[in-house]
Design a protein around this ligand. Structure first.
Ligand code: GDP
Length: 373
């Protein structure tokens, strides 16, 4: 009788022989499945070339867009270089969205409003990116501007890209990152960009320098609501919208609106030729939403016709060129080894009245310039 050819497993495992009755060893499974297939995905994503990044962004790939935004936000020099290359290649595909700044004090209803406005715009077939500027934000701390959990309905939609504020840093740095993120979002096909900020401090000036329309969310209060608002913010607004005009608050909101209208009359006419409007609405009950977007559309139409829309964009581009120069110079100066090694000593000399502030500054600048040559 011909002997059966033993399989590899049988040869390797004597337990499979007749003598070991009751035992049967089977071939193992080759290579255990990966624990998390997404880990490999993530690692692979980091290695995209600039051309692959650009291709992905132009195709509207949200994962690649997010990855590129992470490069924009990164503090690493090599990420910065890569991000700049991507941005430059995306630039020809940008500029086609309407950029809207949304500001209001905490509790005014920004996130509720953005959720509702966003859903309204999606219904109109628009693609929306929600960004934020909050130089004080720390991602680990509570409610953060642009946080997805604050925009429940919107964050579940596919045609929406939501990104919280870049984490704390100088306002200039945070604003630059958001501005660059706008470029990437537009290249990815988002036709409407919201930039959320808190109506306290300087951040709304930064937002104003990168949007087409500036929307100020207000609340009706005790009649003295105008006192709490800095004149500068009101002057920047193209539209003031009074939220929570519902229930017992409707009449108060109406009165507040007329106060705001009166106050606006006292300002000189805006350069755009547009007279800012004041509207009341309720984000919670979704009332008066369409009127707000009719206003934004009317503004866009009006300023495109009179040339202000592109004039403002040009002015903003110029502004950002100078901002970038200032930021780059500041960074180069404070990271320069010669400066780093002598700055503290120079500061001490100033404090000891051994040298004036101006002479000290000049010496440091000279040291920087000579070191750089
Ligand atoms: P944010 O801090 O400016 O983002 O404000 P939120 O959107 O978180 O809103 C603050 C509070 O106001 C929340 O409790 C909301 O539910 C409430 N709120 C927002 N919009 C309205 C509204 O239209 N009517 C009423 N009655 N409450 C609202």
């Amino acid at each position: 009788m011909r002997q059966r050819v033993k399989s590899e497993v049988e040869m390797e495992h004597i337990e499979n022989e007749e003598a070991y009755k009751g035992l049967k060893v089977s071939a193992g499974v080759s290579g255990a499945p990966e624990i998390n297939p997404y880990i490999r995905e993530r690692v692979r994503r980091r290695n995209y070339t600039p051309a692959e990044f650009v291709e992905g962004i132009l195709k509207g790939n949200i994962t690649i867009l997010s990855q590129a935004v992470t490069l924009v936000e990164s503090a690493l020099h090599e990420h910065h270089i890569l991000a700049q290359e991507i941005i430059e290649k995306c630039l020809p595909h940008t500029g086609k969205s309407v950029r809207i700044g949304i500001t209001g004090v905490p509790g005014a209803g920004k996130s509720t409003s953005i959720d509702v406005f966003g859903m309204y715009l999606l219904e109109q077939g628009r693609k929306l990116a929600v960004l934020a500027i909050d130089p004080s934000s720390e991602r680990t701390k509570g409610s953060i501007l642009g946080d997805k959990t604050r925009m429940e309905e919107l964050s579940r939609q596919r045609a929406v890209f939501i990104r919280p504020s870049p984490s704390a840093g100088s306002l200039g740095g945070v604003a630059r990152k958001t501005r660059e993120t706008i470029v990437l979002c537009e290249a990815a096909g988002f036709d409407t960009v919201f930039i959320e900020t808190v109506g306290v401090g300087q951040s709304e000036t930064a937002v104003h320098s990168m949007v087409d329309f500036f929307l100020l969310i207000q609340l009706a209060g005790t009649g003295d609501e105008l006192q709490g608002i800095k004149r500068g913010i009101m002057e920047m607004a193209d539209g003031i919208i009074i939220n929570k005009a519902d229930g017992d608050n409707i009449e108060k909101a109406r009165i507040a609106a007329s106060h705001f209208r009166n106050a606006l009359h006292l300002f000189p006419p805006a350069e755009s030729g547009w007279a800012p409007q004041v509207l009341t609405y309720s984000a919670h009950y979704k009332l008066g939403i369409q009127e707000i977007w009719n206003m934004v559309d009317a503004y866009t139409c009006f300023t495109k016709k009179n040339g202000f829309f592109s004039h403002k964009r040009n002015e903003q581009a110029k502004y950002w060129m100078y901002e970038s120069i200032h930021e780059s110079l500041r960074e180069a100066f404070y990271h320069n080894p010669t400066v780093v090694s002598s700055l503290a000593a120079m500061e001490r000399q100033v404090l000891n009245n051994e040298i004036s502030s101006f002479v000290a500054a000049k010496r440091m600048i000279d040291a920087f310039l000579n070191a750089g040559l």
